[in-house]
Structure formats: C-alpha cells, structure tokens
Design a binder for this molecule. Structure first.
Ligand code: ADP
Ligand code: ZN
Ligand code: MG
Length: 480
C-alpha cells in the first residue's frame, strides 16, 4: 500500500442468530442436515403461506443493539427486498429498510498504534437468510438446499470508519466476541454464521471526500479478509494512478489466486423496490421491554477487563487478551475458581494456549477442556507436583488426547515431579561424576556451568526433577 493513500472501509456483518427456530416459521435452525429437511411451506416460499415473526429474533437483535451502544427503535417494521436468485424462491427477502431495529451505535477498538478508536455502527436490522446452492462438481447442474432459508440474521452495518485491514480484523474480532458474550450467535465463521460484506475505497491522504468503493461479499475468514483488502486497495490505487476510474461493483475474492474478480454491477436501493411486507405486523417495543433486555445482559468484555485489572491485578495486556473472547474469559474465571492463581492462569492462556491454537489454526471456541481442568493443571504446578516444563506437555495432552484431567494424565504418563531428596541426590551425584570439567569450571568461577549441570540432570530425569531441589542439591555438593 502506497504511503500517500489511505483506505476507507465499511463493513456489513451478517450474523446468524442462534434461536431454536427460524425467523418466520417453526423449522429448526440447525446447521447442515440432509438437504431440504429443515423446511416447511413457509420457508420454501409456497404461495399463500403466511410468515409470523419469531419474538426471540427481536429479543436477540435488541440485545446485540444494546451491547453495541445502539439506540433501539420503538417502532419498526419488516420490508421486502425484491430480487431474483435461485436460492431465494420467494424472489424477495424479508429484511428491514428505513426503520431498522437498532441504530446509531458504536464499539471501541484499540488500533495498531495502541490508540482507542470508536467505530460507529449505522444500523442493525433483522432479516432472513437465503438457501444455499450446491454446484455439482461433475457439471450436472446446481442443487438448491433450503435448510438455511429463513434462518434469522442480524446485519450490522458500520460507518466507513475503518482505515486499515488490521483495524478491520480488530473490529470484527471485537464484534464477534461481544455477540458471543451475549449468546445471540455461535459466530462460527467456517459455518457462515459470522460473515462480512467488505466495502473498500481508497483516497489520497489529506482529502476528505470518499473514493468510489467496491464490495466483496460473504467473506468468512479473517485471513482472506485481510488479504482481500490489501489486494483490492492496491488494485484501486493502480487504477487511479493510471488515470482511470474505480467502478462501483461487487467483486468476488479468490483465495487461490489472491485476486478479486468482478461479479456484478452494484445495485442501488431503488433496484430492490423495497416496500413494507403486508403479511407482517409492525414491531412496537415498550421501554419496559427494552429495559428488561438491558438488565438481562451478561457482563460485557469491557467491564470484565476492568474487573480483571482491579480484582486480580492482571496487566492491561493480559486482561485485554483474556477478555478478547468469551471462551478465554469463561475458561479463566472457572480456572481461577479452582486454583486461585489468576496471574498464572492468565499467562498460560496468553502464552501456551494461544500458541497451540495458533499452531492448529483454531479459534478459542476450539479449546477441548474445561476451566476446572485448566485450574487443576495450574494447581499441580503450584503444589510442586509437576514442573512448568511438564505442565506444557500435559497441556498438549489436554488438547490432543482423550483424557483431559491433568491428574490422570500425569498418572498415566508417569510425569509426577520427583521431589524426593534421596532420588534427586542420586541423579546429582551421577551428573557430577560424568562432568568433571563442568565441576572444575564452576569452582573456577564460571557460574554458567551450574546451569549446564542442572540441564543435564533434567535430561536424565526427562524433565521430572523438581528444579528448586535440583539447584539446591547441586549447590550443596559443589560447595563441598
Ligand atoms: P449497500 O451496500 O447495501 O448499498 P450502503 O450504501 O449503506 O449499503 O453501504 C454499505 C457499507 O458501505 C457501509 O458499511 C458503509 O460504511 C460502506 N461504505 C459506504 N461508502 C463507502 C466508501 N466510499 N468507502 C468504503 N466504504 C463505504
Ligand atoms: Zn419453515
Ligand atoms: Mg452492501
């Protein structure tokens, strides 16, 4: 990206709500299933059927609005957005046009320079998801699966306040984490329950007017989103620099070639001929209804972070990291309950657990053990039953093995730390005997030699010797 340009990005995030049933009928919202088994005449768009709005959808959307500092509309409605697409047999999507449920919100993110920045949310509206097309790989045609048709969505539209791909990723992660905390969605990106239309434009630094944007639809991996934004911004700069104009259009990002391709011209609102859905009643919300939802909200990440710093004395960095995901934060709370050692739990999440997830290219929701089990692990270190080196091995087992209970793991693997003085003394003597040079070095004032000897003893005991004891006994022997 050239230094004299800046990106302008706005996101339309689609998030599938985890209500039990669909938005306008009582079909299940479960992901997958045999094609066309989670459908009924309503979500299959049979003529003459009547939709009824699922109250839970309104509740979840209002929750999302309150958690993102939005205003909530007392009067709202559903509108038809007309377009033809094979996975939308009604030829219109029931959405919301001029009266979204929530509007004018914001969330704060910390950008690359460590500055707090407010990203404004223009609106959050409710709508139904479309079905899915499965394209036959042998070219025999395409198949329509309507299981997803009618699954409730909220669309969270940001103002064009984002200025880099890093900011986009931070914003999306924060938003995802908030939605997970308030339990309105599982936000599984690989299942498409959290995906974004990414609008990108570029402009010369110092100018105030926005450039023409392009839009990349349905992006559902952070890595692709970041790559696509970088590519698209560079492409637009090349277009402008060569004296041409960026065309407002919808693009498709191809992950394999790492390029964007035109998909279709951009429609304007009038192309959709929005109008109020005559089959549905207006949505009127009382103050009391909204207040009730407000008081049902769980503790949000911002407030948890403050609490971790004041109550547990975590560093800002550690508290930030642990609260970045509901899964981390709940794991932390449960583990601390068991071991009463918040610092160690925080460090273990931030270093070891994050590293393993990173290696596996997984997100925190993947963690296959409980906070109680993690707390037990920390307790085992604190009690001196295992060394922190062994703890790392136990943690790897907890990720990959069947057995999740650290006590059982160290028993099965025979990893209990050797804290028996007699046994350790034997090892110390053996190592001293085998390394006369190091002994001489140490006595000649080279303190490093001790580290080497301890290392050898650790190797000998496969990391099981109690390190404090080992040090102590070596020193005793060497001083003789
Ligand atoms: P739609 O795409 O449905 O027509 P809007 O016109 O409201 O909807 O814009 C959608 C998104 O595009 C918003 O998130 C907004 O922030 C973003 N956006 C609007 N103008 C620009 C721009 N010039 N550059 C980047 N993003 C923009
Ligand atoms: Zn149905
Ligand atoms: Mg759009």
């Amino acid at each position: 990206m050239r230094e004299d340009y800046e990106m302008v990005i706005g996101l339309e995030v689609h998030c599938e709500l985890s209500t039990k049933t669909k938005i306008f009928c009582s079909c299940p919202t479960d992901f997958g299933g045999e094609p066309n088994t989670h459908c009924c005449p309503i979500c299959m768009a049979m003529p003459g059927t009547l939709p009824v709005l699922n109250e839970k959808v309104v509740e979840y959307a209002v929750k999302a609005g309150l958690a993102t500092n939005c205003k909530i509309s007392r009067n709202s409605k559903n509108d038809r957005k007309n377009y033809f697409y094979p996975d939308l047999p009604k030829a219109y999507q029931i959405s919301q046009y001029d009266l979204p449920l929530c509007y004018e919100g914001h969330i704060n993110i910390e950008n690359e320079n460590g500055e707090e920045k407010e990203i404004r949310i223009l609106r959050i509206h409710i709508e139904e998801d479309a079905g899915k097309l499965n394209h036959d790989e042998y070219g025999r045609g395409s198949f329509v699966d309507l299981n997803r048709a009618g699954v409730p969505l909220i669309e969270i539209v940001s103002e064009p306040d984002l200025r880099s791909s890093a900011e986009v990723e931070t914003y999306m992660r924060k938003l995802k984490s908030i939605l997970e905390y308030i339990e309105v969605s599982d936000c599984k990106m690989q299942e498409g329950s959290f995906r974004a239309d990414v609008n990108v434009s570029v402009r010369k630094k110092g100018t105030t007017e926005f450039g023409t944007r392009t839009e990349m639809k349905n992006m559902n991996s952070f890595r692709s989103i970041v790559r696509a934004i970088e590519y698209e911004a560079d492409r637009q700069i090349d277009v402008i620099e060569s004296g041409e104009k960026v065309i407002q259009e919808t693009l498709r990002w191809d992950d394999v070639s790492g390029k964007t391709f035109p998909m279709r011209d951009k429609e304007d609102a009038q192309d959709y001929r929005y109008f109020p859905d005559p089959d549905l009643v207006a949505i009127k919300l009382s103050d009391e209804y909204i207040d009730n939802i407000k008081s049902s909200l769980p503790e949000l990440p911002e407030s948890r972070k403050k609490r971790y710093i004041s109550e547990f004395d975590l560093t800002e960095k550690s508290a930030n990291f642990v609260t970045s995901s509901k899964y981390y934060s709940n794991l932390f709370d449960d583990a601390v309950n068991v071991c009463k050692n918040p610092k160690s739990v925080g460090n273990m999440i931030m270093s070891d657990i994050a590293r393993i997830l990173n290696e596996k290219e997984e997100e925190p929701d993947y963690i296959p053990f409980t906070g109680k089990e993690l707390g037990t692990l920390v307790l085992l270190i604190d009690k001196g039953t295992i060394s922190s080196a062994i703890a790392k091995k136990v943690l790897t087992e907890m990720f990959d093995g069947e057995e999740k209970d650290p006590n059982k793991i160290i028993e099965i693997k025979g990893w209990v730390q050797i804290s028996d003085e007699g046994a350790i003394k034997e090892v110390v003597n053996k190592i001293l005997e085998l390394n006369p040079q190091s002994v001489a070095d140490y006595k000649a004032g080279k303190d490093k030699a001790l580290g080497f000897l301890v290392g050898q003893a650790m190797k000998e005991t496969k990391g099981k010797a109690n390190p404090q004891l080992l040090n102590k006994l070596f020193l005793e022997e060497l001083k003789k």
